[in-house]
Write a protein of this length. Structure first.
Lengths: 282, 341, 324
């Protein structure tokens, strides 16, 4: 149930936050790169040119070439598609599964709440990298399995956040009113509680996409997940390591790509948090 | 307003506005009001009338931005509060002028004992230290009816009424000349309210403190105040001593207020006289008199030009082109108004 | 008064809550009747249990013991279909117009909810028509259909709450402090609305409030509660003219009067309201009562009819003189 005036109001407040707007701008840029990679990239991401191995940035190759003669700019552009996919899909998995667990836990309380939250605690006690490595190994290599692995690690965070929101809303009078009208539990959770939890979840999702992208880069750096020749920024960093001294640009550009993406998502997330906070008077 | 009277607080042509997303909220408009030393003034109005904003302006506590005092003077003991230095303002707040807020639960520091909260005040303003400060704290608690054994308790260990007493003790600890009480009993049960009002009255008489009591309850004002000021949409519409106002209200809004509230004495089976419509949008005040759209006595000139406060009888001021007389009757009762849409 | 004249007949209703410090006696053996088409005002200060009582009566909270007879049938034993039907007949309007409405739903969605949940309308057109009818009934302009609660003032929000409660055409409505959160002028408008509705539709109201003047204005009969028990019940004029219970007397004398003139002698109660958790034996009011006798701390007084339709729970009724 979309709340139109809430959206409009949020956008007005967001407009005033310059950092958030910058973040949004970068994000839109990335999305365009991801969607139109074929049109924007001057070369293919796997296109090798043995005549141009490890060439520094020039007019022909704006970001230079890597050890196989592949154009780095093109690989970065294609890489945005992978990074965004991982981020968005991984977070979607955690949001849906974690959100559901948190909502049920918070709404019904009692033993169910206890059991679910202890399961979440157990998962949080396991180091995320370790868990991702295990899941990746079990599922095998590949983009999709990477997304699932990352998604699973974030489930407890979303579960706890949703549960906290649900608990604070559960005792409000409009929930009592719904019960007085005879609304079913399902209706109350879907129409009354979840729409009112949206704000913190939106903020957390935005920040988690940033984290997920970074995490995926880390896993690729370690050799898990994406396999070559797919241009994942973390993987590009990893393969650029031996050449750090003489061909620093091979690491700098993927690194900058990662940095800007994370920064922009963080700015946007912070901006959304401020804009969605009803207590802010302005 | 003769010069011989000892005027403690003199507000002249005060205007305060708030710059918000949805427009400029004119919270207080050209307010003129004064309070004599040792007397108490009841400040009556509904939500959004500007009472709390005025009170905060006296203490220069209005949030700026988005608030802004756009004009006027607030003279306390002859000195303009707006022109005070920061040090002078700090001495004013809590020292010369104390404020009691509505909700005793949130106006006390939850992690300090009540004794500490009083000693903090006296150390700051009266320069008492150590044992002397502690003694003063105990004395104040005793004054408000709290046993010394409870001095080291925390706010959450007290009930609502007791907490409000603690707030009063803190307010009086530094012997202020003026207490501003913003709806001090609204959050309390009626029997506890009676206790707290008794206490306030008693202390006011014994300590000779002046009081500005903000409330929407005309009953409380009748019981505790000497003079009354009625506010509507940021304007002062009527100002008089208690007797004059309650026996002969002259502004239509005042008459409407009296009739809209059921009392224990109203005849059973009577219908409440409703003031039709709603208070105006503070970002878009009507031309002329702010009350004219809802006033059953309004004439064409009321919609064109505001009147300004006039002294109709000695000490009785009204902002109205056609102040009511005993012969005016009661138009609120005659024409049952259509409900708000 | 025959059974069928009373829409609501509450018998020995109890509601206790388990809290960390013991057993909270929110509603402690309350018996009341509400005649059809009349308004019972329920008065008391915070912690007396009046809100809990209202919610238990319509089934929002499960009672610990006791019965609630609705039209002669015990509603506490209803389940399934009968329970749903009872819900259609007994509704509630909440105190806080700010938190009792889902901030994410528009006015028309809010008013449609009870109709949708109870499948009262067969088509969207029928639903819209009913919503429009209800909005008109409570005085909400049709242009507000798509507005959201935060865009409206307290009075309009409360009208939404009332429209919502009326949607299923109930017979009985619990009004839990419906005007306490409103400004005095808006309060008057809403009170008049409630009075009009009662006259035109014949609703039976349970009007809960701590504001005695308002209760006096709307009620036919009044019951006074203190710490989970009813201490006095009478018809409106009798209770306010001749209160017999010491607590009622103190309550009435505590109300500030909006007029100048000779001031009445006020009864100021000592101390605070005791906690409803593990209440003391005997009369709950004994600790603050100026007429306290030995028997008061030992034996709980029963609610007895001392005059026709005037009930008091006090050991000392015979000796009491009303404070003028």
């Amino acid at each position: 149930m979309k709340n139109n005036s809430m959206l409009k109001y949020t956008l007005i407040r967001l407009r005033r936050n310059y950092l958030a707007l910058f973040g949004l701008f970068i994000l839109i840029l990335l999305i365009i790169c991801a969607i139109f990679a074929e049109q924007l990239a001057p070369y293919g991401y796997a296109q090798q040119d043995y005549m141009m191995i490890r060439k520094a940035p020039s007019a022909v190759h704006w970001f230079g070439t890597d050890e196989f003669g592949r154009d780095i700019l093109s690989r970065i552009i294609y890489g945005s598609r992978i990074s965004l996919q991982v981020g968005i899909i991984a977070v979607s998995i955690s949001l849906v599964v974690g959100g559901l667990i948190g909502a049920i836990s918070g709404y019904f309380g009692g033993k169910l709440d206890n059991i679910l939250m202890r399961l979440m605690d157990i998962q949080m006690a396991i180091p995320t990298i370790l868990m991702a490595i295990v899941i990746s190994s079990v599922l095998g290599p590949g983009l999709f399995n990477l997304m699932v692995a990352v998604g699973i690690t974030y489930i407890p965070k979303f579960a706890r956040l949703t549960r906290a929101s649900v608990l604070s809303i559960k005792d409000q009078e409009f929930i009592e009113a719904a019960r007085a009208m005879g609304a079913s539990h399902k209706r109350i959770i879907c129409l009354y509680i979840l729409p009112n939890c949206a704000a913190p979840l939106i903020v957390q999702s935005t920040l988690s996409v940033a984290n997920a992208i970074l995490f995926a880069a880390t896993l690729s750096f370690l050799g898990l997940g994406i396999q070559p020749p797919y241009p994942e920024w973390g993987g590009m960093l990893s393969s650029a390591r031996p050449y750090l001294r003489n061909n620093a640009y091979m690491s700098i550009f993927p690194g900058l790509a990662i940095m800007f993406t994370i920064l922009s998502l963080n700015f946007l997330g912070d901006g959304l948090r401020d804009a969605l906070d009803p207590k802010q008077k302005r | 307003m003769s010069e011989n009277k000892d005027i403690l607080l003199d507000i002249r042509d005060l205007s305060v506005q708030f710059n918000t997303d949805s427009g400029v909220v004119k919270a207080v408009n050209h307010l003129n009001m004064h309070l004599e030393r040792g007397k108490s003034l009841g400040f009556v109005g509904e939500t959004g009338a500007g009472k709390t904003t005025t009170a905060l302006s006296i203490l220069q506590l209005v949030q700026t931005p988005p608030g802004e005092i756009t004009g006027g003077e607030i003279l306390f003991n002859g000195q303009d509060v707006r022109k005070m230095t920061d040090a002078e303002k700090r001495r004013l707040r809590g020292g010369d002028v104390s404020m009691i807020f509505q909700d005793p639960m949130t106006s006390l520091n939850p992690i300090m004992t009540v004794e500490d909260q009083i000693t903090e005040m006296v150390q700051l303003h009266l320069n008492l230290k150590g044992e002397a400060a502690r003694e003063r704290a105990i004395e104040m608690l005793r004054l408000v009816g709290i046993r010394p054994e409870r001095a080291k308790d925390f706010p959450h260990q007290f009930s609502g009424g007791m907490r409000q007493r603690v707030v009063i003790a803190i307010a009086l600890a530094c012997r202020p000349q003026l207490i501003i009480a913003d709806e001090p009993t609204t959050a309390l049960d009626v029997t506890i309210q009676a206790q707290v009002l008794e206490l306030i009255k008693k202390l006011q008489q014994s300590e000779k403190t002046s009081m500005l009591l903000i409330t929407h309850d005309l009953g409380i004002v009748a019981e505790t105040c000497d003079t009354v000021a009625i506010m509507y949409a940021g304007h002062l519409v009527e100002y008089a001593d208690i007797k004059s106002l309650y026996t002969n209200p002259k502004h239509p809004y005042t008459q409407g207020l009296f009739n809209a509230v059921p009392t224990l004495e109203s005849p059973l089976g009577s219908r409440l006289a409703v003031i039709p419509g709603l208070p105006p949008d503070p970002t878009n005040l009507p031309k002329g008199c702010s009350f004219s759209p809802r006033c059953p006595y309004a004439q064409p000139i009321c919609h064109e030009k505001a009147c300004g406060m006039r002294e109709i009888e000695p000490g009785h001021f009204v902002d109205c082109h056609f102040p009511l007389t005993p012969e005016s009757g009661n138009k609120f009762l005659e024409h049952p108004a259509k409900e708000a849409e | 008064m025959t059974m069928s004249d009373n829409l609501i007949d509450i018998r020995h209703l109890k509601k206790y809550f388990n809290v960390s410090s013991g057993l909270l006696h929110a509603v402690d053996d309350v018996s009341l009747t509400i005649p059809r088409g009349k308004t019972l005002g329920l008065v008391g200060e915070s912690g007396c249990g009046k809100s809990t009582l209202g919610r238990v009566i319509i089934g929002l909270i499960k009672e610990t013991a006791g019965e609630v007879f609705f039209n002669g049938e015990d509603a506490t034993k209803f389940s399934g279909e009968k329970r749903a039907e009872f819900r259609r007949h007994a509704q509630i309007v909440f105190q806080d117009p700010f938190s009792s409405l889902n901030p994410r739903m528009s006015v028309s969605q809010l008013i449609s909810e009870p109709l949708i949940i109870n499948k009262s309308c067969k088509s969207k057109a029928e639903l819209d028509a009913k919503v429009a009818e209800l909005m008109d009934l409570v005085g909400l302009a049709s242009r507000l259909t798509t507005s959201f609660p935060h865009e409206l003032d307290g009075g309009r929000r409360q009208r939404i709450g009332i429209a919502r409660a009326l949607a299923l055409n109930p017979e009985f409505i619990v009004l839990d402090e419906p005007v306490s959160a409103l400004d005095v002028c808006i309060q008057a408008q809403v009170l008049n609305l409630l009075a009009d509705l009662r006259e035109s539709r014949g609703y039976t109201y349970l009007f809960i409030s701590h504001n005695l003047s308002v209760v006096r204005y709307v009620s036919d009969e009044v019951a006074v509660m203190y710490l989970g028990k009813v201490v006095e019940k009478a018809d409106n004029s009798t209770l306010f003219r001749q209160p017999l219970h010491p607590y009622t007397q103190a309550l009435l004398s505590a109300v500030p009067i909006a007029s100048v003139g000779p001031k009445k002698q006020r009864i100021i109660l000592e101390g605070d309201v005791p906690s409803p958790v593990n209440p003391p034996a005997g009369c709950r009011f004994a600790g603050r009562c100026m007429y306290r006798q030995e028997i008061c701390t030992q034996q709980t007084p029963e609610l007895v009819e001392v005059e026709p339709n005037h009930f008091v729970a006090c050991h000392c009724t015979g000796h009491l003189v009303r404070h003028a």
